[in-house]
Ligand binder design. Sequence first.
Ligand code: 2Q2
Length: 323
Amino acid sequence: FCSFCFFFLTLVLGACQGVGEEKPEFTLRFGHLANRNHSWHKASLKFAEEVKKRSNGRVEVKVYPNEQLGKEMDVLTGILAGSADIMITGESLQSWSLPNAILCATPFAIRDSDHLKKVAGGPLGKEIEQHILDIAGFRPIAWFERGARNLTANRPIRHPDELSSMILRVPAVSLYVKTWSALGAKPTPMAFSEVFTALQQSTIHGQENPFALIRDAGLYEVQKYCMLTEHVKSWAYVVMGNKKFEMLPADLQQVILESAKIMQAYEHELFLKQEEEDYQYLLDRGMEFIEVDRAAFEEAARKAVLEAFSDGQKDLLQRIQAV
Ligand code: 2Q2
């Protein structure tokens, strides 16, 4: 078998494969706010690959990291308007008349990973997903556990009393604004993609996020201290516009749901490996980790949450804490 014949055969086989693969009939625009090294990005690429394979090329998923498809809030608006299709989101959904969506990221509601899995992956999680789908038309197709949110700043803070006059960036989540105001800071909502520059220019003094995003957005370059507040243990949803989902033929809907399951499992594997590594990475780059009076943060935050919550939200919170 000469090398020329082999080359020829490869060409023929390649061409045959090309014939079997159809041109995309549908293109889905998938946005998120993390960078290319983040588990969210790797998982979204995995989703794109699975969807392509399982639909035999009929559905193409285009992934846009770093809010390149738009800021989180704009992409969510875009999904309802038809200019975007999929976004990784969570507590920000609260703004779409989805009071119960905030339960995926309520301060001090979730005890640990095990509790989180039972809630997000159990009947209460299903209830929240149904709420998001029924009221706003976003279809949750997967959920990702996240690392605990921690406060970063350029001075160590051990107690809420030390927060006064600190301009703190939060995502556009009204519960976060209320909670941090009650803790004594001056919270200001801002899109994630603007945080680095705002910190660099000192228009804000701090922000709060899991290790993974602190690392990926390079925030350790402009923030010296990471306070181990662990004030929010949350999960994110991958949501797809339900109108778009329902436009797809049943077999392709199945492909989306199956691929989303694979993406979820894949992301979780990455997440488990990542947390410790991210901590070490930040440490190596000179970040100092500060133990805080967590009980003081917790007490003030819990009080603020209960004041902000409606009866319906309180009921759901109680049921979550009873799991
Ligand atoms: O700080 C951020 O922007 C993210 O970590 C947010 O938690 C996330 O984007 C939420 O706004 C999800 O709705």
